[in-house]
Design a protein around this ligand. Sequence first.
Ligand code: ASP
Length: 325
Amino acid sequence: MNKNILIVTTGGTIAMKFDENFGVLPNNELVQMLKSFPQLSDIAKIDVFEFTNIPSPYITPEIMLDLAKLVEKKLPSYDGIVITHGTDTLEESAYFLDLVLNSKKPIVFTAAMRSGSELGLDGPRNIVGAVRVATAEQSQDRGVLVVMNDEINCARDVVKTDSGKTDAFATPDYGLLGIIDPDRIVYYRDRIIKEYLPVNKIETNIDLIKCVAGMGTHHIESSINKKVKALVLEAFGRGNIPHSIIPAIKEALKKEILIVITSRTYTGRVIPEYGYEGGGKNLQDMGIIMGNDLKGTKMRLKLMILFGKYNDTSKVREYLEVNQY
Ligand code: ASP
């Protein structure tokens, strides 16, 4: 018997069309198209729920939490949920839901790089692929998945790596979880990390600053003035920052702002290696947390969730020190 799948639409290019006067814009045809798409009804019994219809640069962590709550509420009535989303912030929403939800049933994000007016549409194929993944027995208990271009990635590690190609999504460090072949869904590996942080609220006063050569202190000072709870520094390489920002960093630490270091490199972990002022070892000795291999954008969201859960800097610090994910 066909499984019951809910498609939750949120917007993005997959729900957009080209307008001669304005360029590519949101359009309201996707929901109707999904309801009467024969390739989908052959695979599963489909319901469609329009959560919102916005470009994904407009998605906020608050919207992610609302989306997670909706998915949690709907899951008992379905065998799996597919979420269509803009590609620009898809990896952030997918990771957010991966952290706050704990479902054996598949939750699958998908999207399109091409709007509905372009030749060679990737959206319909990606949606069919996502629904096939959501109905597959092998997709149970794999965390939130991201399906694009006949490939399955895990939410924690997937990255949008290209601004225009249809194979824009990859997991640079660890590779795909699996693929969508015409005959069946094939998994090659399981996700590496399972982390579950249920929350009812989040703390959004958390900043992310990318380190650049010769940077000044004004961004960090602005975060201090904003009284952020935590600051993610996307550092160089193994987790090193310019010595010019050390005074501002010391000031932030004095104000009990939790500082977490991630790397701005494409792959790899940050570790306490270098002892010079601003080197990773020196930073850790100052009380700064090393964020392992997690990307800065995802660490920012994780901190929002952790502060929402504990509302206590020392508990968040302890969690991060004990759980080296
Ligand atoms: N700007 C679009 C969005 O993220 C890009 C896309 O969906 O591919 O909403």
